[in-house]
Design a protein around this ligand. Structure first.
Ligand SMILES: *Cc1c(COP(=O)(O)O)cnc(C)c1O
Length: 371
């Protein structure tokens, strides 16, 4: 890589090296990731703590994420597809890898060839896997997926029927507790085998939700696992992009597509090289009079204004000294001050979606690789 420079992506953090041509940079803090895994691992008590790395590790890069989690002691991974599982297998030859898609018809050898475990989600899948095992003369591990949304609870059939006819009783159970009870009941019908119920949110509900293995995803990546609670996780991702141009705009002028934002007073507006193609959601657009997200130039907050377009956003940098808000300067648009959840709350979606849709053209930097 020729022509790199040292740029400070955030005043408070170590400096990362990126090419001069990088327009937007995602910094993934692997030390924070490992700390988050360690925290969930501690919260899960005696249960094993896996790592959910589906969807390219929620958009952050499956290989580097799996490597860092392995370094921290994670031995079991969950992915969605066989392709993802192969990437995980390359990183970690000894890991236990579950494929959440289940078993696609006829694809048994693709799983067995890489020592992957399908999460079997129907009787036909169980039958296919069993037939394959018999044909191979080997017992190949798999998981069975119990649907805790099934219309049963942890009690005998007759009681369930009574309960089903008593909506006031059903409503007395929070959803989490109902799922746990169903899981307990259905699990008891199967031969004794290790069990796993909880994602990030479930893990923090306490020991009764841990069973033998917990499957955190979003919490590892710093996202909020519980609506309305303060998020105890460290920030793992920061997104920063460069100013391409700054211009003086007169009162009454409009910014961007659709002229949805009108400048009220003389302003300096910066065009910043990140847009919805990079994962900065179009729903984060800001019309006149709306309070939108803010970015940061160093410690100066800069309100984002106007429509988010495919390649750009615009921000009002009037209050920032011109020598800082200049062509080529970095604007942090997501990080510990404006979190992924802050952005997605405003956009009417969830952190999972923003992270997993981060664009491929965003340059990626991994910090804190060894610990
Ligand atoms: C995605 C997924 C998880 C991880 O969920 P988070 O909410 O991200 O912790 C766990 N289990 C299954 C089956 C999943 O599909």
């Amino acid at each position: 890589m020729s022509g790199s420079e040292i740029v400070s992506l955030s005043s408070a953090r170590p400096r990362a090296q990126v090419p001069l041509s990088a327009r937007a940079v995602l910094t993934v803090d692997l030390a924070a990731l490992r700390a988050n895994w360690a925290r969930v691992n501690q919260a899960s008590g005696r249960a094993e703590c896996a790592g959910v790395v589906k969807a390219d590790a929620y958009g952050l890069g499956l290989a580097p994420i799996a490597r860092a989690l392995t370094n921290q002691g994670c031995k079991t991974f969950f992915v969605a597809s066989v392709d993802e599982a192969r990437t995980a297998r390359e990183v970690q030859p000894g890991a236990t890898i579950y494929v959440l898609d289940g078993l696609l018809p006829g694809a048994e050898a693709h799983y067995a060839g890489f020592d992957l475990r399908p999460v079997l989600s129907s009787l036909p899948e169980v039958r296919d896997w069993a037939a394959y095992c018999r044909a191979r003369g080997r017992r190949l591990a798999a998981a069975v997926h119990i649907d805790t949304g099934m219309n049963r609870l942890g009690m005998p059939q007759s009681e369930v029927e009574q309960l089903a006819a008593s909506p006031e009783l059903l409503a007395a159970f929070p959803m989490n507790e109902r799922q746990r009870l169903r899981f307990e009941e259905l699990r008891a019908k199967l031969p004794p085998t290790p069990a796993s119920l909880s994602n990030s949110g479930g893990t923090f509900l306490g020991p009764r939700y841990h069973f033998d293995l917990v499957r955190p995803g979003i919490a590892l990546y710093g996202g909020r696992a519980h609506e309305g609670k303060t998020n105890p996780m460290q920030t793992v991702v920061r997104l920063a992009a460069r100013i391409l141009q700054v211009r003086e705009v007169a009162p009454g002028a409009s910014i961007g597509y659709g002229a949805t934002y009108k400048v009220q007073a003389p302003a300096r507006i910066a065009t910043i090289a990140v847009g919805y193609a990079d994962g900065f959601l179009r729903a984060l657009s800001v019309a006149t009079g709306e309070a939108g997200p803010v970015g940061y130039i160093g410690d100066y907050p800069v309100p984002i204004v106007g429509r988010v377009s495919m390649d750009f956003i615009t921000a009002d940098v009037t209050s920032v000294p011109p020598e800082l808000a200049r062509r080529g300067a970095w604007v942090e648009v997501m990080g510990h001050r404006v979190t992924v959840d802050d952005l997605t709350d405003r956009a009417g979606t969830i952190g999972y979606e923003l992270l997993s849709r981060l664009g491929q053209r965003v340059y990626r930097v991994y910090e804190g690789a060894e610990g």
